[in-house]
Ligand binder design. Structure first.
Ligand SMILES: NC(=O)c1ccc[n+]([C@@H]2O[C@H](COP(=O)([O-])OP(=O)(O)OC[C@H]3O[C@@H](n4cnc5c(N)ncnc54)[C@H](O)[C@@H]3O)[C@@H](O)[C@H]2O)c1
Length: 145
């Protein structure tokens, strides 16, 4: 059984960068650049209403004939969001991303967002786990105690 999302959040932290849907796309891009992240969770009245990602920008702003200074986040954000719980395993979360073609999953406990897991977080956790198993097997083969 792979690690849980809750275990990943303990290592990477639970802070999530968010913005309201009435912000402009330019403001969203500036915040993403400042924080070094590829997505923002969009919150109105304390509720998650969408997620805005680099992919939304690439596909819906320039290609959609919009300008980032004038377009609003609510016009281009993705509103079909997949969520996970802290108990969800990394393998399950990877399957959710693959099935739904998304790269960021807000982590929810009831109505409260307690973190965000990205595809990079899941790949890193999965590789770390594989490294651990390989090292254990190497020790076993060498006969180390
Ligand atoms: N070394 C690591 O621990 C690690 C972890 C994740 C990603 N990465 C690398 O970063 C690059 C891009 O990663 P990605 O495709 O997963 O997407 P990304 O750039 O959106 O995410 C990068 C990191 O920022 C976090 N993040 C993203 N949006 C956030 C938000 N709104 N609030 C708070 N945190 C947020 C993610 O959880 C992840 O840890 C890749 O090259 C990947 O390999 C490295």
């Amino acid at each position: 059984m792979s690690k849980s999302i809750g275990q990943i959040l303990k290592l990477k932290g639970s802070e999530v960068w968010t913005l309201g849907s009435s912000a402009t796309v330019y403001e969203a891009l500036a915040l993403m650049a400042e924080k070094g992240v590829g997505a923002l969770v969009i919150i109105d009245d304390s509720k998650v209403v969408g997620i805005f990602t680099e992919r939304d920008h690439a596909r819906k702003v320039d290609l959609g004939g919009r300008c980032s200074q004038k377009a609003f986040v609510h016009q281009v954000m993705s509103t079909e969001i997949c969520y996970v719980a802290p108990e969800t395993s990394v393998d399950e979360a990877m399957a959710i991303m693959t099935d739904n073609r998304c790269r960021h999953l807000p982590v929810m406990v009831a109505d409260e967002m307690v973190g965000l897991a990205s595809i990079g977080d899941l790949v890193k956790a999965s590789l770390d786990e594989k490294d651990f198993v390989i090292n254990q097997l190497k020790k076993y083969i060498k006969g180390d105690p």
